[in-house]
Design a protein around this ligand. Structure first.
Ligand code: FE
Length: 200
């Protein structure tokens, strides 16, 4: 099959999947192995950029006060202690500690930035214009709509991610978990809690 016949016409209305596939096909046809690269990259992301990384960090912070202090002082160095990595352009990881009277929530108003190697790839709703616009000005309402109805006594702080400053929420350790192991504690921590649209 010739190159031209394998390229489907792309219109302004074509969905992003079709446009991406057309670009991939064009690069493949030029011998640049785009499809193989994308497949490898996606497999790496699915295997390694997952919220259980951040869950492990949280569990360690809950059981080890000295680690928690280091994590709050320099998140990037502290996650590296546990063998996790961050891309060089994620220059800072700021860890936001929830308390009984303070709730932190993360957004990227510009696009979809997250500390993805730590808290996992951003969920689709995180990239929605509606979340990005509204969580800043109507945070309490948006959180309630997402299932987190915070009492008026809990203050909310919203943190806008930038290219070089990434965030992770450190949730409050749930009541009644004194007897749990570090691994059992990590299993309680969800991506929603690491972003701050849920409490545990
Ligand atoms: Fe972004």
């Amino acid at each position: 099959m010739g190159t031209m016949s394998r390229l489907r016409p792309v219109t302004a209305e074509a969905p992003v999947e079709s446009r991406a596939a057309a670009v991939e096909q064009l690069l493949d046809d030029k011998g640049m192995e785009a499809t193989a690269f994308v497949d490898d990259f996606a497999a790496h992301a699915d295997a390694h950029w997952v919220s259980r990384n951040g869950a492990g960090v949280v569990a360690r912070a809950w059981v080890d006060p000295a680690y928690r202090a280091r994590l709050l002082a320099n998140g990037r160095d502290a996650v590296m202690e546990l063998g996790l990595t961050m891309p060089p352009h994620h220059r800072q990881l700021v860890v936001l500690e929830n308390t009984p009277s303070l709730h932190n929530v993360i957004v990227c108003t510009l696009c979809s930035c997250t500390a993805f190697t730590i808290i996992g790839l951003a969920p689709d709703w995180y990239k929605d214009l509606e979340y990005r616009a509204r969580v800043v000005r109507q945070s309490r309402t948006v959180l309630r709509e997402m299932g987190l109805d915070l009492p008026p006594g809990i203050d909310i702080k919203v943190w806008d991610t930038t290219a070089d400053t990434r965030y992770m929420v450190l949730p409050v350790r749930p009541e009644g978990t004194e007897g749990l192991s570090e691994a059992e504690l990590a299993a309680l921590v969800t991506q929603d809690a690491l972003i701050g649209v849920a409490r545990l």
